[in-house]
Unconditional design. Sequence first.
Length: 212
Amino acid sequence: MPSLPTYSVLCFGDSNTWGFIPGTGARYGIDVRWPGVLQQELGPSYRVIEEGFNGRTTIFDDAVTPGRNGQQYLPPCLGSHRPLDAVILFLGLNDLKAQFAASAEDVAQGASTLLQIIQQSGSGADGGAPRTLLMSPPRIGKLTDYTTMFEGSYAKSARLGERMQSVASEAGCEFLDTAGLVATSDLDGIHLDETAHRTLGVAVAQRIRKMI
């Protein structure tokens, strides 16, 4: 009889965690999505929990598509999956939508709010805080259908890594700037292709092994 997983890792993100296929809107298979790659790399001693949702933000309410505010969903999500050994937070790209008029600093502060929720949730082992990895999103690339939606987002996107690194440092959590590893697809400038998903999953696995 196979042994049960020893460690639980929660992946809390947006469409790039859900596995949105650039140009089609369909979903990559579990073996392609970066959380699935993470599971393959870590092996059966780990249970990787996918919590990706298209359009999810850190703290902003989307007037067009409700229910995307990560601040509202994160607390019950953490409680549902506790105890957790690690939480991976991979949000921020949707915060750059023109409707929110948010600066890179605003987005980083949104991530900071979520980090505080995680650290104060008691969702780790023995009611403590789970280890946390904050990942800043890849830079917005060549936009196609999303030009109006993300108007004025290029420069903000380029500053997110530095701002989020500061937030992670203040919170005492791990940080990974995904813009240094992967780029968004030229098909839409927002989402990751298969190669990027695999690269990201492998890189995250290396970090998680060191954290746990």
